[in-house]
Design a protein around this ligand. Structure first.
Ligand SMILES: Cc1cc2nc3c(=O)[nH]c(=O)nc-3n(C[C@H](O)[C@H](O)[C@H](O)COP(=O)(O)OP(=O)(O)OC[C@H]3O[C@@H](n4cnc5c(N)ncnc54)[C@H](O)[C@@H]3O)c2cc1C
Length: 464
């Protein structure tokens, strides 16, 4: 029986959920409003009911209630997503994972942790501190581990530690029929069977609901940060690609354009030359850092950079990364009434400088304030527009052109934020008709009633 033959019965679903979980569900306006949107520019849409399950079994039961009544169910982590993934586009149930917040197991000897999907990444790292281990994937926001797995998140540490796909060893997933599936194992690698873990990682709640995640941990490194300014944006980008090609072991490297450095100088505690700038973090012993940073300095100079600036005595090495974390919100604060729209593309590193410069020129013509930042070591950059509501249409056109440029360069519409609502229209151009048809058949097999986060990831049928 298809969804079309049996219309959704939201009333019956609400009655069943309220009877079964009186203390964990709400249809109150404020909770529905809170779960209507994420951090993206996409227009919100309220769910009919919000549920807060505490266990995998409760999630399975709730999914069965949704399936029985043909009601959409959209997982909600921290709501920090930037592509509208957690917006319940067709109403129904918003499944908030915040009560799935247990850290079940830390196996320090194996460098593995198994945690509930609702655990926030900063809470996990606080809990791990005494073990000498940490979980390195660091999207700027304090996202949930389940949300990060579902969007295939990454961050400034990806150069050294990889993205979510490399750091998730296994999952517990509730499928659309209410079954509980375990994927992966405690082994750090496997070539056994189809890779279901990586099918669900990045699937944005459209194929299953993740309830717990087994993660790869890493030793907390000795870290020292430094920064370097460059005469040109191209020089800064090319320095990163040269460092990458030289195979130098660096913890993280982040690009900030000159306009963002000027914001930092106006609003933050750091004082930097008002130039395109790279923030570095070196992870190694002092002697190894001395050796690697010597070669990095040469590469910087060859690309028109002014040499590495190290923290002054007494200055915290973390200050630089706190500045990176906060600088975009400072930029927004400088334009009252503005909103931010971060584009997120990734291109082959050989095309990175050219794509960034073309973007910079296109954006400059619009005169809408925008800053280019990025974990550019893997070809990923963000052009973050700080725009007024009346500029939204122009920003949408600029953002579309950024994606088109990235696809023409052999890149992807999303380096790390996911598809959600915003990148659906590019799926066909990026993946081709045969791949999109295969994705549709996977969705049909795993979610035949179309109840799991409908309206996300896959393009409208009219686009294929
Ligand atoms: C200031 C700021 C900076 C950011 N920087 C980065 C960055 O550097 N890198 C990066 O990758 N992202 C970044 N993001 C985006 C965001 O933090 C990530 O996309 C994050 O992974 C979302 O996690 P969340 O818990 O907030 O998920 P949500 O936004 O709640 O949900 C995201 C998607 O995952 C689904 N989902 C959530 N939980 C589950 C679950 N348990 N099972 C199945 N599906 C689920 C939702 O339905 C939705 O489709 C940033 C966001 C902000 C606000």
């Amino acid at each position: 029986m298809t969804r079309r033959e049996t219309p959704p019965d939201i009333g019956a679903a609400i009655a069943a959920l309220e009877a079964r979980y009186p203390a964990s569900v709400t249809t109150g306006k404020s909770a529905r409003r809170l779960h209507a949107s994420d951090e993206s520019h996409h227009e919100g849409h309220e769910p009919d009911i919000v549920v807060h399950p505490r266990t995998t079994e409760e999630v399975a039961d709730i999914v069965r209630i949704a399936a029985r009544n043909r009601v959409p169910i959209t997982p909600f982590g921290a709501g920090s997503g930037l592509e509208g993934g957690a917006i319940p586009q067709f109403g129904g149930i918003s499944l908030d994972t915040s009560e799935l917040s247990e850290i079940f197991e830390v196996r320090a000897d194996d460098m593995i942790a198994r945690v509930g999907a609702g655990v926030r990444r900063l809470d996990l790292n606080r809990a791990l501190r005494d073990t000498g281990l940490f979980f390195p994937v660091d999207p700027g926001a304090n996202a949930t581990i389940g949300g990060m797995a579902s969007t295939g998140a990454s961050g400034t540490n990806a150069l050294r530690y990889g993205v979510m796909r490399e750091n998730v060893l296994g999952l517990t997933v509730v499928t659309a029929d209410g079954n509980i599936v375990k994927t992966g194992s405690l082994a750090r690698k496997s070539s056994s069977g189809y890779d279901l873990t990586r099918l669900f990682v990045g699937s944005e709640g459209t194929l299953g609901i993740i309830t717990d995640v087994t993660l790869r941990l890493h030793p907390i490194p000795d870290a020292v940060s430094a920064h370097a300014g460059f005469e040109t944006l191209a020089g800064a980008v090319n320095a990163v690609t040269d460092i990458k090609r030289a195979g130098l072991a660096i913890g993280r490297v982040e690009l900030l354009d000159a306009s963002l450095v000027e914001v930092i100088n106006r609003r933050g505690a750091m004082r930097l030359a008002p130039l395109p700038t790279l923030f570095f973090e070196f992870h190694a012993s002092p002697s190894e850092i001395a050796s690697v940073s010597g070669t990095v300095s040469e590469i910087i100079t060859e690309n028109g950079g002014g040499g590495l600036q190290w923290p002054r005595p007494g200055e915290q090495t973390t200050a630089l990364w706190e500045t990176r974390r906060d600088c975009l919100s400072w930029a927004k604060a400088e334009r009252p009434g503005s909103q931010s729209w971060p584009s997120d593309v990734c291109v082959p590193i050989s095309r990175l400088a050219e794509v960034i410069l073309a973007t910079r020129e296109d954006v400059a013509r619009s005169q809408i304030p925008a800053h280019i930042v990025g974990h550019v070591d893997d070809g990923n950059f963000h052009c973050v527009f700080i725009h007024l509501p009346e500029e939204e249409h122009a920003v949408a056109e600029l953002a579309d052109r950024i994606v088109t440029r990235a696809l023409e360069a052999g890149g992807t519409a999303s380096g790390e934020h996911g598809v959600g609502l915003g990148k659906r229209k590019f799926q066909l151009a990026e993946h081709g008709a045969a791949a999109v048809a295969l994705m549709r058949s996977l969705k049909q097999t795993l979610d035949p009633l179309g109840i799991l986060n409908p309206g996300k990831v896959l393009p409208d049928l009219s686009h294929t």
